[in-house]
Design a protein around this ligand. Structure first.
Ligand SMILES: [Mg+2]
Length: 237
């Protein structure tokens, strides 16, 4: 029986894992001159077809040069706030660290979000953005850069937690990490796993994550005990 050891390092994506991005899209709806419900419905349709906001924005506001509004968006959005943090984040991260696990945030974000994340005072050991690493998910170099920053040689020690199949689950698994798919947010709700892909965990939120990792760890210990017992029994026979 071969059972992989439970990861001792948990690396979490930021958007829709730690940060509820509702305000991002609500501010965009204001700027594009449509209701939030309209923008979110069209964004969902785009995501379902493998697209993203760059497909949804021109659809709802064909005459608006949205790229020229990015500065105005940032100024109205104002960066991450405490109210944007999903309610299950602090309890889950605290429990993970309480169990002796290293907790790190690493996602596709502009570098200006780093100070905003630090200001939230989340219980993490480290946090880093794609901007700082100089490479974005799903590029394999992003995951290699995260491992290098953490000083970890064996990617199997890391559980990567993300909401997107394309940007998180598939490339993290390809990098040799264990994976946890959290099916929240537009992508988490709408993307589908390829048939041959099985994340180590699929969760609706972070609440159960600490317990499941504890159980994974205990299961490996139990399997070791059973294997040792079986070996003893064989020796006795
Ligand atoms: Mg995300």
């Amino acid at each position: 029986m071969s059972v992989r050891s439970a990861p001792d390092v948990v690396v979490l994506d930021i958007g829709e894992i730690v940060i509820d991005e509702t305000r991002v899209w609500t501010v965009w709806a204001e700027l594009l001159g449509v209701s939030p419900a309209t923008l979110m419905a069209v964004l969902g349709a785009a995501v379902s077809q493998g697209g993203d906001h760059t497909d949804a924005f021109p659809h709802v506001a064909p005459n608006v040069d949205w790229a020229a509004l990015e500065g105005e968006h940032e100024s109205r959005y104002g960066g991450f706030r405490a109210e944007d943090v999903y309610a299950d984040v602090v309890p889950a991260l605290s429990a993970l660290r309480g169990a002796g696990r290293r907790v790190v945030l690493a996602g596709n974000q502009p570098a200006r979000r780093t100070a905003q994340l630090h200001a939230l005072g989340l219980p993490v050991d480290d946090l880093v953005t794609s901007d700082e690493l100089g490479v974005e998910k799903p590029d394999p170099a992003f995951f290699a850069a995260v491992l290098a920053r953490l000083g970890i040689d064996d990617p199997a020690r890391v559980l990567y937690v993300g909401d997107r199949v394309d940007n998180d689950v598939l490339p993290a698994a390809a990098a040799g990490m264990a994976t946890c798919w959290v099916t929240r947010g537009p992508w988490g709700q709408l993307q589908e796993l390829p048939e041959d892909t099985e994340p180590d965990m699929v969760l609706e939120g972070l609440g159960e994550l600490p317990e499941l990792l504890d159980a994974w760890h205990a299961g490996v210990l139990d399997a070791d005990v059973e294997a040792a017992a079986a070996a003893d029994a064989k020796d006795d026979a």
